[in-house]
Design a protein around this ligand. Structure first.
Ligand code: G6Q
Length: 547
């Protein structure tokens, strides 16, 4: 029997509609409707979204809005904003939206006003950031802090790194920022090799304070500091961001140097919580407040704008149409802004950890496609490598092209050259080049087929004025709510991540097998056993013993 979603009238109508319209070409759709660009565009919070170069008609959009309504998107959205426990598999509220509510607002969840909690932590972060930035906070030898190293992984790393890179233009340049995430010792060693312990502050960022990678790196950081400065130095050189007071204390960080958050903030939705402490240290509390204001403005847009003009809803629905009806397995995100170079990696976690699910909220098996693969690189670099496949490959890859009208570092003609590529790529992907056009250029017959570009390849263009902290907040919130929109329709729990657990558990079992000085008895499958034996032999530099 088909799933609930596939039995919905709107879904069935969309299937039928797809069959009738799948031969439509963007060339024809544009030729037949001179107002297409204005009809299929929307704007909010400084982001102009042109979705006209997607394979949709007014009817497609109407059916998609119907699907959203039939699937209860608005009810589920309102439930999130009210703090209901919509993360069912973990029985938690999902309240990253509360992290950016202005002071004075109120949101009572499970009998607690979370907004005042949020602003208490923000006030402590502000005080701390001001002390470090002014040089008032001193290291163990009395020197001010010059270097900040965030130690965290996944949601406790990708947001901080992305935001630091994105807002580097606005950052305090006499502070150096490093981010250590990988348990590969190279990450830590390279991050600190040119730093002095007495001028370095570590932020240990871990929601649970149980994550093996982060605790291993934190321990190495602690050893690095204490071997140079003694144990008392920990209080001057370590702060923690976590929900777990007990384990922070056990690690040796005083809770007065701890910044808390709450179980209702998912890791991948936490860059605007205390996990953003490194961001606040980099750009200062005032610009951090602007970042939060940008998030909040997009939240309000998502909460109140009619679906037909609602940016996250529009992008979410188009993504779903491309995924489930056109059958596109991936989405490329290409920011034409060098400062956003880590945005694709950030969005990869946000989207794929949230919607890479194969069961519904109630545990039913899913018989349609959910989360697409997200990937990307800043433009124009990607154009000189993988764009070939996007233009002429056998897989259709819908692309989000993110452009800005102004550069933060204007230099000669650079910015117009960069931006021309945003528009040119969208144009080329949509309209391609026909056989006749290729021939008309005098192309020798044997290369005509090679030079034909089918076109009809979907893009969204997001055009903004200039990258500011506020704009970054709105842009990230836009994608958060795109994920929400799709998750609500697919009926999945976008806020858990059980899929990452098994590998972690198995690794913990394997660690002693790699470390043991005696040859361990291995009880895995033959492949895993052989790999472990070979690793142990190579580790001893005993090349014959592996097989
Ligand atoms: C994000 C995930 C995951 C998490 C990391 C780090 O949504 O839950 O990426 O952020 O595993 O977890 P800790 O912050 O608890 O160390």
């Amino acid at each position: 029997m088909k799933s609930e979603l596939r039995q919905r009238d709107a879904w069935r109508n969309l299937e039928e509609h797809f069959e009738q319209t799948k031969g439509h070409l963007l060339r024809e759709l544009f030729a037949n409707d001179p107002a297409r660009a204005t009809r299929f565009s929307a704007e909010a919070e400084g982001i102009y979204l042109d979705y006209s170069k997607n394979r949709v008609t007014s009817e497609t959009m109407a059916l998609l809005f119907e699907l959203a309504r039939e699937s209860g998107l608005e009810t589920r959205r309102d439930a999130m904003f009210k703090g209901e426990h919509i993360n069912v598999s973990e029985d938690r509220a999902v309240l990253h939206i509360a992290l950016r509510l202005p002071a004075g607002a109120s949101l009572v969840v499970d009998d607690v006003d979370v907004v005042s909690q949020v602003h208490d932590v923000l006030a402590r972060m502000t005080d701390f950031a001001n002390r470090v930035r002014s040089g008032d906070w001193k290291g163990a030898t009395g020197k001010p802090i010059k270097n900040v190293v965030n130690v965290g992984i996944g949601g406790s790393d990708l947001g901080p790194v992305m935001a630091y890179e994105a807002l580097r233009y606005y950052s305090k340049r006499d502070l150096t920022f490093r981010f250590v995430s990988n348990v590969d010792s190279t990450d830590f060693v390279e991050a600190v090799r040119d730093l002095s312990p007495d001028e370095t502050l570590f932020i240990i960022s871990s929601k649970t304070f149980t994550t093996l990678e982060t605790l291993t790196n934190a321990q190495s950081a602690r050893d690095w500091v204490t071997s140079a400065l003694g144990t008392d130095a920990v209080a001057h050189h370590f702060v923690a961001v976590s929900t777990n007071e007990k384990l922070v204390t056990t690690f040796g960080i005083d809770t007065k140097n701890m910044f808390g958050f709450w179980d209702w903030v998912g890791g991948r939705y936490s860059m605007d919580s205390a996990i953003g402490l490194s961001t606040m240290l980099a750009i200062g509390p005032e610009l951090f407040a602007e970042l939060l204001a940008g998030f909040h403005a997009m939240d309000e847009h998502f909460r109140t704008a009619p679906l037909e003009k609602n940016l996250p809803v529009l992008m979410g629905l188009i993504g779903l149409w491309n995924r489930d009806f056109l059958g596109c397995p991936s989405v490329g995100v290409m920011p034409y802004e060098q400062y956003l170079k880590r945005l694709p990696a950030y969005l990869q976690q946000l989207t794929m950890e949230s919607n890479g699910k194969h069961v519904t909220l109630r545990g039913g098996e899913i018989d349609y496609d959910t989360g697409a693969l997200y990937w990307g690189e800043p433009g124009t670099n990607g154009q000189h490598s993988f764009y070939q496949l996007i233009h002429q490959g056998t897989t259709i890859v819908p692309v989000d092209l993110i452009g800005f009208a102004q550069s933060l570092n204007p230099l000669g003609r650079h910015h117009d050259i960069l931006s021309s590529n945003v528009f040119a790529q969208a144009e080329a992907l949509a309209f391609g080049k026909t056989e006749e056009e290729v021939r008309a250029e005098g192309t020798p017959e044997h290369v005509v087929a090679h030079r034909v570009m089918q076109g009809n390849r979907p893009t969204n263009v997001l055009l903004c004025e200039v990258l500011t902290p506020r704009l970054l907040g709105s842009l990230v919130a836009l994608y958060e709510h795109v994920v929400f929109t799709q998750g609500a329709i697919w009926g999945v729990d976008s806020f858990d991540q059980w899929g990452v657990e098994l590998g972690k558990v198995l690794a913990v079992r394997i660690i002693p097998e790699l470390e043991s000085s005696d040859e361990p008895e291995l009880h895995h499958d033959s492949s895993t056993n052989e790999l472990i034996k070979r690793y142990r032999a190579l580790k001893r530099n005993d090349h014959d013993a592996g097989s």
